[in-house]
Design a protein around this ligand. Structure first.
Ligand SMILES: Nc1nc2c(c(=O)[nH]1)N[C@H]1C(S)=C(S)[C@@H](COP(=O)(O)OP(=O)(O)OC[C@H]3O[C@@H](n4cnc5c(N)ncnc54)[C@H](O)[C@@H]3O)O[C@H]1N2
Ligand code: MOO
Length: 415
């Protein structure tokens, strides 16, 4: 672990991280009221046509299109919820129905005219305008979704708009993938928990809480498993007890320091390293691999680095493991507002704030990976390719927002 790190190409590292996992096979059935953020483990098939019957989109009159311009007698009034005899076709010559929004339209009417577009409306009759469109305001049975069609796809993450569709089908339970289990650890003798006393030489553990919160924002549950002391033997035992988790995420102790033996402790527990070291700033020492069935993600200790790296490298892989199909970062386009420099020869991650399509780089891109406040000051990142040394003012750029969307397509996010 102490040899010079071989810095892997960014895209190769991203691909290797994805290759480490296959989607979980464990499923469960849960109520739709608890389903937000969960991933569908099978397609949802339409069992009830949408709409279920021909119905009116407006309060008004249901007529035959050929009666445009005529004065018609009102045959009957139909309300939403009327059924059976009340909605049987009963039109005679020069007649129409008065009808309410959502009410079933009998088969002998083909067009709905909103009441405010009609003339001389009385209890018994109405004059229909001459300029009308056949079929207007008539919502046809199955025009939105037909029985048997796929309405929601396996691998999609459930949002509130999914719930509307599920409830429209009379579904109250749904099959989803079980949540993957994630252990989060910190390392380092200098680390104190926020509720402990920390003297001037000690620092508070921010990484674990920050990572668990970021994972929560992305609909993952993570368990905090404590601080591993800077001691190889104790680390080995500690890690051995975590093999029941699907994923272990640690921060710190993976660079070149004499106390950086977290990697060694994982290795001695059977870790097969996929890569250790990526040509990116921040995040050069990042390491990923697999320890039997457990995916191991070792993030560098600097809080800024840990957060940016979990976002860039870990989220796509965790999404894949969770069974999601949209696992790739999507970008938004913006215009850079102030020129800044980046270092050619490596991939650079640049923090900034995007607002209404304008990007404001954080602190002129002059900050250290050990800083914490800069994360708070930013809402997005720009990722350069290895050739880029400058981002000009007014240059169109691609940005990943911290709360950005993920897509099935793998698109080029580099600038
Ligand atoms: N000789 C070299 N030194 C370093 C290299 C290198 O290539 N050669 N890489 C540097 C880079 S880049 C990074 S990033 C850091 C990462 O090192 P580690 O992953 O070993 O992290 P630590 O040394 O344990 O900690 C770094 C920094 O972060 C603080 N830290 C750690 N854990 C937490 C926590 N849970 N909450 C808050 N802060 C934490 C820690 O106190 C250190 O200040 O290595 C460079 N060195
Ligand atoms: O990964 Mo380090 O944060 O580049 O300094």
């Amino acid at each position: 672990m102490h040899g010079k790190l071989n810095y892997l190409d960014f895209e190769i590292a991203r691909q290797k991280s994805l290759d480490l996992v296959n989607q979980t096979t464990f499923k469960e059935i849960i109520p739709i009221s608890d389903a937000i953020g969960r991933v569908l483990s099978k397609d949802v098939i339409c069992v009830k046509n949408l709409p279920a019957f021909n119905n009116s989109a407006m309060d008004g009159f249901a007529i035959k299109f050929s009666d445009a311009g005529k004065t018609l007698s009102i045959n009957k009034v139909i309300f939403a919820g009327d059924k059976g005899e009340k909605v049987e076709p009963t039109l005679k010559e020069n007649e129409c129905y008065k009808i309410m929004t959502g009410a079933k339209v009998p088969f002998d009417a083909d067009t709905i005219i909103p009441i405010e577009n009609c003339f001389d409306v009385t209890q018994n009759s109405v004059k229909i305008p001459i300029e009308i469109k056949k079929g207007s305001n008539l919502r046809l049975k199955g025009e939105e979704q037909k029985e048997g069609s796929v309405i929601l796809k396996k691998g999609e993450k459930i949002t509130s708009s999914f719930i509307t569709l599920l409830a429209s089908q009379g579904l109250i339970k749904i099959e989803v993938y079980k949540k993957i289990s994630i252990a989060v650890l910190s390392t380092g003798n200098e680390i104190k928990e926020p509720w402990e006393y920390a003297d001037d030489e000690e620092i508070y553990n921010c990484n674990s809480y920050a990572l668990i919160s970021l994972l929560k924002e992305k609909d993952f549950d993570a368990t905090y498993c404590g601080v591993i002391p800077d001691n190889l033997e104790e680390s080995k035992t500690y890690i051995k007890d975590l093999k029941n988790y699907d994923v272990i995420i640690s921060t710190g102790g993976i660079s070149m320091g004499d106390a950086d033996f977290v990697g060694e402790a994982f290795l001695q527990n059977g870790l097969e390293v996929a890569f250790h070291g990526v040509n990116i700033k921040p995040g050069r020492p990042i390491m990923m691999g697999k320890m039997q069935n457990t995916v191991v993600i070792c993030l560098p200790g600097n809080p800024l680095t840990a957060m940016v790296n979990i976002y860039l490298f870990a989220l796509p892989m965790l999404k894949k493991l969770q069974g999601e199909t949209s696992i790739n970062h999507g970008f938004i386009k913006a215009i850079n507002q102030k020129e800044f420099k980046t270092k050619a020869g490596r991939v650079n991650v640049v923090l900034g704030k995007v607002q209404n399509g304008e990007f404001f780089v954080t602190r002129d891109n002059k900050y250290g990976s050990g800083m914490i406040t800069v994360l708070y000051e930013s809402n997005s990142i720009l990722v350069t390719n290895e050739q880029t040394s400058n981002i000009n003012q007014n240059q169109e750029i691609k940005l990943l927002e911290f709360n950005g969307k993920f897509f099935e397509e793998n698109i080029d996010i580099l600038n």
